[in-house]
Design a binder for this molecule. Structure first.
Ligand code: COA
Length: 336
């Protein structure tokens, strides 16, 4: 049997502060009803001052290591849109917090697709023997990017982290990651942005015609993002199902990026999957960007929705634009 990377543990971590729709309705011109019916979200978690993305990431990764019974990893990849700072990367900080000084550690930036990009990178490293145990973490302190005057993004995003530990194993065993579909379309870069803080800001200043104003807040053009997310998550899922040799009837759970319950239902419908097979946890965590899929996996494992032998389809869309999908048979994981 061919070598493969296999999921050995999954864990999530949420900052303690819960922010309800009712609280946000005091801050913005919005209502609990609008948020629930347009997004499916009822609450989300937010970091308190003094808590950075690396703190959330390290907690999730620590739980994943505990759940696996392993004492360490030889590769750490952190997918995030909200690194601790622009330079250096957050992953070495996370590795150091775990006592893993000396291991390769790097960040992946693909916004809401970031976890799947990082998972692919780690799976290749494990499959080729470069790493024996790889920690893949999706972590966001997304609230730190939100414009207090923008009700649309203000109600959607939440903070949190999710982590998986990959180990070396065989293709075909439960938990093995064999097929990935990943893609991007940079012509859609303007749909989801944080304009300031990069070299473009300096480049634009030097142009005679100027350019789009720089802006430190997260901006999203909601409607086209909604439509592109449905289209690309569906197409990417179809391509990976084809590569895996599964038909849509084989899929027990669609664990999609938790951007909006209506997006997840639309993707399920386009794929021909009953909507109850779309695993949903956005109601209690909001859109946690790169943390969204591993948090959904951790919650699905903890509450028994994901059971050993279930066939799981992961699919995401995010800024860039980027998208990705993969499949796996859910392994027998310890629940601690
Ligand atoms: N409360 C009340 N009204 C709000 C609101 C809020 N929090 N946010 C927006 N609105 C208003 C808009 O201003 C608009 O008003 P108008 O018709 O008077 O202009 C109205 O609601 C409808 O806005 P629209 O953008 O058409 O709503 P929508 O049904 O597309 O839902 C999103 C908006 C943002 C929820 C939806 O487009 C979405 O989920 N997009 C993708 C989100 C995402 O998570 N992307 C991340 C990467 S994948």
């Amino acid at each position: 049997m061919a070598h493969a990377a296999v999921i050995a543990a999954v864990a999530g971590h949420l900052p303690p502060r819960v922010v309800t729709n009712h609280e946000l309705a005091e801050q913005y011109d919005t209502t609990d009803e609008w948020i629930r019916t347009r997004t499916g979200i009822t609450r989300r978690h937010r970091v308190d001052p003094g808590m950075a993305t690396s703190d959330l990431a390290a907690e999730a990764a620590r739980h994943a290591l505990e759940n696996s019974g392993e004492d360490g990893a030889d590769l750490v990849i952190v997918a995030t849109t909200t690194p601790d700072r622009p330079c250096p990367a957050t992953a070495p900080t996370v590795a150091a917090k775990l006592g893993l000084v000396g291991v390769p550690a790097y960040d992946v930036a693909a916004v809401c697709t970031g976890f799947l990009y990082a998972l692919h990178s780690a799976a290749c490293a494990v499959r080729t023997g470069f790493a024996r145990r790889a920690l893949v973490v999706g972590a966001e302190a997304f609230s730190t990017l939100l414009d207090p005057a923008d009700r649309t993004t203000g109600v959607i995003f939440g903070d949190g982290a999710g982590a998986v530990l990959l180990r070396a194993g065989d293709s075909g065993e439960p938990g093995a990651l064999d097929s990935f579909d990943l893609g991007s379309d940079g012509t859609m870069a303007d749909l989801i942005t944080v304009r300031s803080g990069g070299s473009e800001e300096h480049a634009l200043r030097g142009r005679p015609t100027g350019g789009p104003a720089t802006d430190a807040y997260f901006r999203m053009d909601g409607k086209p993002v909604f439509m592109a997310a449905v289209r690309h998550m569906t197409h990417s899922a179809r391509r990976v199902l084809h590569d895996t040799g599964w038909s849509i009837e084989d899929v027990d759970h669609l664990v999609g990026h938790q951007a909006n319950t209506r997006i997840l239902r639309a993707v399920a419908e386009k794929l021909g999957l009953p909507s109850q097979r779309a695993l949903i946890n956005i109601d209690r965590v909001g859109n946690t960007a790169a943390a969204s899929i591993p948090l959904a996996l951790a919650h699905g494992q903890a509450d028994g929705r994901l059971r050993k032998g279930d066939r799981v389809l992961l699919s995401a869309f995010g800024g860039g634009a980027t998208w990705g999908a993969t499949t796996l048979t859910w392994p027998d994981l310890p629940v601690l």
